[in-house]
Ligand binder design. Structure first.
Ligand code: F0G
Length: 347
């Protein structure tokens, strides 16, 4: 039914807010018994790749675009490592307003670029990194009056709280540990706020510990200082100066969690493991939490038998190029039963 209808009472909607809807949300919380057994925990992945534009961004974008329309804005603008732009472009298309997206040139996964272009956004490739593109987008919004739909827009993070509500509605409780990738640091902050809303309403008795995972080459929250030249294969979280750093730090501190970083190699191994032993294909950035949990396990810092949720923030299909570097090619055969049998009967 879409986020705006599903959580109408928990969102800042008025009778004037258009009920924008691409049937976002209600994504599956998938138990991953084989992967969980390796870690000695009960592990669930919330597969946000099932959202209409293939990432968690749709939860906040639907509200940001609805509010922009309510406020009489005529266009939207954002900077993005790819997913925000795909989402903004999709919602702008669905309500019929222009969308401008600023991307770090050459650093966006192919599927995400194809999405923004297909949805009809004006796509601008900036010769600079995401942090610089974000500064430019803010200036563009100020000068033109376009609605800024990055997570500096408060409605984005409010909409993204819905992920926490769905987890609690499904489990009847909060997890012990909530593991999540951190880039611009909005989503971890939104989840923490969402869990707190449910705790205040008495819907959950205990809050989770928030564990934020970054890529080693783009880990400003782990090193505790901005990273001027962020670099990682997980391009979605290739961010050196997160705008919501203060909120994310508060979430981790208040919950008794931690920030940690993982190498690109660990991310790729986790991505392969999640697909081949979990049956879920998530994009590289989304696999930083699993890589992080494996690291905690190796360090004997992961308690046994606890309930852990990871947010699988984006669909693996968005970045086939990176996936293909991890796997072999198909086995080519002649079109005969004999050739087929030779393959089927090998070991
Ligand atoms: N995972 C994916 C797949 C993302 O696309 C992002 C952020 C994150 C995790 C990190 O979330 O920024 O709230 O800490 N992508 C943004 C974008 C920056 O432009 O699509 P965050």
């Amino acid at each position: 039914m879409g986020i705006l209808r599903h959580y109408e009472k928990l969102l800042p909607l008025t009778y004037k807010t258009p009920r924008v809807n691409l049937e976002e949300g209600s994504t599956p919380l998938i138990e991953l018994p084989r992967v969980g057994a390796r870690l000695g925990i009960r592990l669930f992945g919330k597969f946000e790749g099932c959202n209409p534009s293939g990432s968690f961004k749709d939860r906040g974008m639907v509200l940001a675009v609805a509010k922009a329309l309510e406020e009489g804005k005529r266009a939207v603008i954002c900077a993005s490592t790819g997913n925000t732009s795909a989402s903004a472009a999709a919602y702008a298309a669905s309500v019929g307003i222009p969308c401008f997206v600023l991307l770090p040139a050459g650093k966006v996964a192919l599927g995400k670029l194809a999405q923004a272009l297909m949805y009809g956004a004006k796509v601008i490739a900036v010769k600079g990194n995401f942090d610089r593109a974000l500064e430019l987008a803010r200036e563009g919004a100020e000068r033109t009056g376009c609605a800024m739909v990055n997570s500096v827009n408060p409605y984005r993070l409010i909409g993204q709280r819905s992920g926490a509500w769905e987890i609690c509605d499904f489990l009847g409780r909060a997890p012990d540990i909530h593991a999540i990738p951190v880039g611009n640091a909005g989503n971890i902050s939104a989840y923490w706020a969402g869990y707190n809303v449910y705790a205040d309403m008495g819907k959950i008795k205990a809050l989770p510990k928030m564990y934020g995972f970054q890529a080693e080459g783009a880990a400003p929250l782990v090193t505790n200082k901005p990273c001027p030249n962020p670099e990682t294969i997980a391009t979605a979280i290739r961010i050196g100066n997160p705008v919501s750093a203060h909120l994310a730090k508060a979430a981790v501190k208040e919950s008794g969690g931690e920030f940690n970083s993982v190498t690109d190699q660990e991310i790729l191994e986790a991505q392969k493991l999640l697909a081949s032993e979990g049956g879920v294909f998530a994009e590289p950035a989304s696999c930083a939490p699993l890589a992080g949990l494996m690291k905690l396990k190796r360090e004997n810092r992961l308690p046994e038998n606890i309930l852990v949720t990871m947010i699988l923030t984006g669909n693996g299909l968005k970045d086939p190029d990176t996936a293909m570097t991890q796997v072999g090619s198909p086995i080519e055969i002649d079109d005969t039963p004999e050739a087929l049998m030779k393959v089927l009967c090998q070991n």
